[in-house]
Write a protein that binds this ligand. Structure first.
Ligand code: T3D
Length: 255
């Protein structure tokens, strides 16, 4: 059984972490397949990506049994060769990535969910930092994404207490965009992905780039990047088509 299942429908690539016996915990092989799939998602036919988990969990972070089997590999090395490249590949993809959080997201599994552009959670989902429970610190971007989403004070409390947030709490804190019933989470995430796939792709991709850069850019530099992106967007045929449709009082052209 491959650790990652891949399906494509309506220009949406659905990536299912598929190690349900360990709550879809990360192994080196799963990282490699996820990165290969994110690379494949750069094809023009793919316009959005959904990431979800098989079985009752989204992802439980690092497979702790694999860690025991490879005691000679340092955590620093595993982060450098697996986790950091995976998170960077997801963020560098100029297409929306939606997490369909079907169950528990823990440790680097939480980081993976936080790195996505949108999170749709099942009412059975929960969000557990897990790092501090085993004496580690947040990694795979959790220390970067969490304060952006929930603010410093809540992020500090959450990441140091190992508080398990329910889906309802995650919605209230702004960690997730929407909560659905358990059976609907993947369909709803797919629906959102397909809606985004129908938007002008260049505009969506550059909006993702702009928001990511805004986290650490000075206003002057951000204004410059907006200017560059706006010029590029205005030169794309999507712009002329949409303006013409607006002026003709038509709906957007079908894709
Ligand atoms: O390489 C590096 O180390 C650096 C990178 C680090 C990044 C990290 O992600 S560090 C954090 C690693 N993850 C964890 O510490 C989470 C460990 N798991 C849990 O705390 C709990 O399992 C959960 C809170 C996620 C879920 O709890 P619950 O009660 O719903 O399920 P459970 O009964 O604990 O687990 C079910 C099964 O999944 C169980 O196996 P069994 O008894 O049915 O055979 C359990 O051992 C297995 N499992 C859960 N998490 C992991 C795992 N197996 C391997 N690795 C896991 N992370």
């Amino acid at each position: 059984m491959p650790p990652l299942e891949i399906h494509e429908r309506d220009a949406v690539l659905v990536l299912t972490l598929n190690r349900p016996e360990s709550l879809n915990a990360f192994t080196v092989e799963l990282h490699e397949q996820l990165r290969a799939a994110l690379d494949d998602a750069r094809r023009p036919e793919v316009r959005a990506v959904v990431v979800t988990g098989a079985g009752r969990a989204f992802c439980a972070g690092q497979d702790l049994e694999e860690t025991q089997r490879q005691p000679t590999t340092s955590l620093s090395e595993r982060l450098a060769t697996s986790y950091n490249p995976t998170i960077l590949a997801l963020r560098a993809l100029d297409k929306p990535v939606i997490a369909a959080v079907n169950g528990v997201a823990a440790g680097a599994g939480l980081s993976l969910a936080l790195a996505c552009d949108i999170r749709v959670a099942s009412d059975a989902a929960s969000f557990v930092p897990a790092f501090i429970a085993i004496g580690l610190v947040p990694d795979s971007g959790a220390s970067w994404f969490a304060p952006q989403l929930v603010g410093y004070a809540r992020a500090f409390e959450w990441l140091t207490s190992n508080r398990r947030l329910s889906a309802a709490e995650a919605l209230e804190w702004g960690v997730v965009n929407e909560v659905t019933s358990a059976g609907d989470v993947l369909a709803r995430a797919h629906e959102r992905a397909a809606a985004l796939a129908a938007q002008p792709g260049t505009g969506v991709g550059m909006t993702k780039r702009l928001l990511a850069r805004a986290q650490d850019a000075a206003l002057r530099d951000q204004l410059e990047l907006e200017r560059e992106c706006q010029q590029a967007a205005s030169e794309h045929p999507d712009h002329a088509e949409r303006v013409a449709a607006f002026l003709a009082k038509q709906s957007a052209p079908p894709r």
